[in-house]
Design a protein. Structure first.
Lengths: 655, 131
């Protein structure tokens, strides 16, 4: 193998077989200088020492050298037995391995991702430069540290994963890890762990995918946003369609709420509007959760409300709190809402033509239910509906104005006719006064004449007595008319004093007690005990009620019932005598008589109109009654009762 | 005889009213009762003279008269020593009986009677006022 023959080697120093004298010397020195090696031990051998051999033709190659010392019984070294094995193949393999190793180490070194080799205790055995590039100076030295100390593992999931990997055949695993970097914020790592089974090691390749993730997230968000925007646009378009499809604002609200719910979740939605004529806010629409005092038609309390805030800031009010105290300090008006279980409140002002005309309120029981995005959406929804609301308000205002105009027109007409009536009454009054005086004097003469004739004409003469009686009756009737005329003309001369209406009615009833008994008429009194005090001319007012009772009695010759009621009432619709909102004291007299024929009901207040001329009626009773009532700034109405026969007289007094 | 005459002396009533026919009829009717001697005067402005002349026990005085009203005349009568104690009763057509009663039957401190009035009522009234 070395190229030598046996003859050529025998007697040659062993060193010719080796590449270097020095090396041979070192190998054999302990044979030569056993004292240097300490106690000679016959069993001492050289095993597998790698030495470079030199062939006869000078080539060098590695051999694995083994040698044993031969010694005699006394322990003296007598010789060496040596042998060598060709390890050139082994060496070549080793070079290959080294090359591989260098290669892989180069790869490891140049790979841009951090790479770690862990032992079975998850202690870091190797790292690469990229590790430090990624983890920076936060970890100066990682060899010997546990991976969990580096990457953190509060929930133990990382170590569990890695340990499980060690014990399985599955030798590779990918997972993501969120790493709170002190300098760079939270990073997201994709970790590939490979189990190097024979070495009981794990190779970890850590890739920082934060940017990628973020990009992905942003993309996803942008996709979602796009989808949401499309959805939003579609819904807002639908709202627009709803709004333009009908003028019925109630229907608009209903369908609007339904659509809006797809965009902004709520447990309650409401719309409060400002009604400038009444000078107040009113809840115009509510859907879902009921809140006491905040239901449809309820006046919206202005102070401490979100509306108040919106009126002054013209911007959205966004309250999400679990603290009643906090709410009470900021918006005491929202307390009932909070008490109904609402925790998130989003209110958007409804602004039309630059004016805050109301508010759109979203309410959710869920804490922190609304986000800034919801605020934006709510704003655009509010913009969408505000036009419809403004139009509807204008429409209803227009309608109201039209109705008010019509009402005013009718009132004007009525007032005009009343004025004409009053003027007529005044002229009649003045005339009446003069006529009464001018008539009474001749009547006085006739009365005296009748008296004279009664005393001086023989009464036994046919018909004289009868004729005198006729004359007397006629004079009395004429006198009654003059009395009525005078009374009518003097209704203006009244002396008002604080009076109790109930006792005036009582005393008027006393005047007619005999007639009531005579005609079997029952009187039911329903007097309000709390009626407001009135300023009345007692005797004039007694005259009024006396007249009314006499009329009722006349209408019930076969008996019947008179019901007299008094009560306070708030005036809802403006009257001639009262404004809306004023409290009137009302006296009401209902009989069960024959009622007033439809063809004369409009004439009952006309002076001298009477259906009872044969019974001495002058046609001045009701005109006087009305005059007196009007002189007290009151109002009287006489009507047939609708569902039965009888007349109802209603008198409104100014309190 | 003179004493008897004085005892039976009729009460003297002066009626001052611009309605001549009325005054004449009242005079006839009252005098027919046998209790009164009645003088009539149809001009308010002559009322004071007539009163001084006639010296009535009672004056029936119309309120509304063209030349001088009863109100003014009553003032003259009240301020005259000779006539101030003579009771005056206003007799008027400007108010009703009820209105007169509502005022307690008194105007300016004098009784008031509303026209028309029957003789019987008038006598009753006179008797109550000068009885």
């Amino acid at each position: 193998m070395l190229g030598y023959t046996e003859e050529e080697l025998i007697g040659q120093p062993a060193s010719i077989l080796f590449a270097e004298e020095e090396e041979v010397y070192r190998v054999f020195q302990f044979f030569r200088e056993p004292e240097k090696a300490g106690v000679i031990r016959p069993q001492d051998t050289i095993r597998n020492r790698e030495l470079t051999y030199r062939t006869k033709d000078g080539r060098l190659f590695p051999m694995l050298f083994n040698a044993s010392v031969l010694a005699d019984e006394a322990g003296n070294v007598t010789g060496v037995v040596a042998g060598a094995r060709d390890i050139i193949d082994l060496k070549l393999a080793e070079v290959e391995i080294r090359k591989e190793k260098t290669f892989s180490e180069n790869i490891i070194a140049t790979i841009p991702d951090p790479l770690l080799v862990l032992d079975k205790d998850l202690t870091i055995k190797k790292e690469n430069l990229s590790f430090y590039k990624v983890f920076g100076t936060e970890h100066e030295r990682v060899i010997g540290a546990r991976i969990t100390d580096i990457l953190g593992d509060e929930d133990g999931r990382l170590s569990a994963r890695l340990i499980r990997l060690l014990g399985t055949e599955d030798n590779i695993e990918h997972f993501e890890l969120h790493y709170p970097s002190e300098k760079r914020g939270e990073r997201i790592f994709s970790i590939t762990a490979r189990n190097i089974i024979f070495a009981e090691e794990e190779l970890l390749v850590i890739r920082d995918i934060t940017e990628r993730k973020r990009t992905e997230e942003a993309l996803k968000q942008s996709e979602e946003e796009t989808w949401r925007l499309a959805q939003e646009t579609a819904i807002i378009a639908e709202i627009g369609r709803i709004i333009s499809s009908t003028l019925n604002i109630e229907e608009v609200y209903e369908r609007f709420a339904e659509e809006v719910r797809k965009l902004i979740p709520f447990d309650r939605i409401s719309i409060a509007l400002y009604y400038p004529k009444e000078g107040k806010f009113t809840t115009a629409y509510v859907s879902r959760l009921k809140v006491e005092g905040r239901q449809k038609g309820d006046d919206y309390p202005f102070a401490g409300s979100t509306i108040e805030e919106m009126m002054s800031t013209r911007s959205t009010v966004f309250v999400q709190t679990e603290s009643m105290e906090e709410l009470q300090n900021r918006f005491p008006g929202l307390l009932p809402t909070f008490q109904a279980g609402i925790r998130s409140m989003l209110s958007v002002p409804l602004i039309a033509r630059g004016e805050v005309i109301g508010g759109l309120h979203f309410r959710s029981k869920r804490p922190k239910a609304y986000t800034e995005k919801d605020v934006e959406v709510a704003k655009s929804i509010a913009n969408q509906i505000v036009g419809a609301i403004a139009n509807a308000l204008l429409f209803s205002e227009h309608k109201q104005d039209k109705e008010a105009l019509m009402k005013a027109y009718l009132e004007l007409k009525q007032t005009q006719s009343q004025l004409i009536q009053a003027e007529k009454a005044e002229v009649i009054g003045r005339l009446a006064s003069g006529v009464a005086h001018e008539v009474k004097n001749p009547l006085a003469i006739i009365v005296q004449g009748i008296d004279y004739l009664s005393a001086n004409v023989p009464l036994d003469k046919a018909n004289v007595s009868l004729i005198l009686e006729y004359m007397n009756n006629a004079v009395m009737r004429a006198d009654n008319i003059t009395k009525g005329l005078l009374s009518f003309s003097r209704a203006g001369e009244i002396k008002k004093m604080p009076q109790n209406l109930n006792s005036i009615i009582e005393s008027s009833l006393l005047f007619v007690k005999n007639l009531l008994d005579k005609y079997y008429i029952k009187v039911i009194k329903d007097f309000g005990k709390d009626i407001l005090p009135l300023n009345l001319d007692k005797s004039r007012m007694e005259q009024v009620f006396l007249n009314l009772f006499l009329n009722a009695i006349d209408a019930m010759p076969g008996g019947g019932q008179i019901k007299v009621s008094t009560y306070n009432e708030e005036i809802v619709e403006k009257k001639v005598s009262h404004r809306a909102g004023e409290t009137a004291v009302i006296a009401e007299i209902e009989d069960t008589g024959t009622g007033i024929p439809a063809d004369i009901i409009d004439k009952i207040f006309d002076p001298f109109f009477t259906t009872k001329r044969d019974k001495g009626g002058t046609g001045l009773g009701l005109p006087i009654v009305r005059n007196i009532v009007e002189m007290h700034d009151g109002e009287i109405k006489i009507e047939n009762i609708i569902d039965r026969s009888g007349v109802r007289v209603t008198v409104w007094f100014k309190s | 005889m003179k004493i008897i005459l004085r005892r039976n002396k009729k009460k003297r009533i002066l009626i001052i009213d611009d309605e001549e026919s009325f005054t004449q009829l009242v005079k006839l009717n009252l005098e027919a009762s046998g209790k009164y001697e009645v003088m009539t005067e149809n001009k308010g402005s002559l009322g004071l003279v007539a009163t001084k002349q006639f010296k009535p026990d009672l004056i029936l005085l119309d309120l509304i008269m063209p030349d001088m009203g009863g109100g003014e005349l009553s003032g003259q009568l009240e301020s005259d020593e000779e006539t101030k104690n003579i009771p005056i009763v206003f007799l008027t057509a400007i108010m009703t009986k009820e209105e007169a009663e509502a005022r307690g039957g008194i105007i300016s401190g004098h009784q008031v009677i509303a026209k028309p009035i029957t003789t019987e009522q008038l006598i009753d009234f006179i008797e109550r006022n000068i009885g």
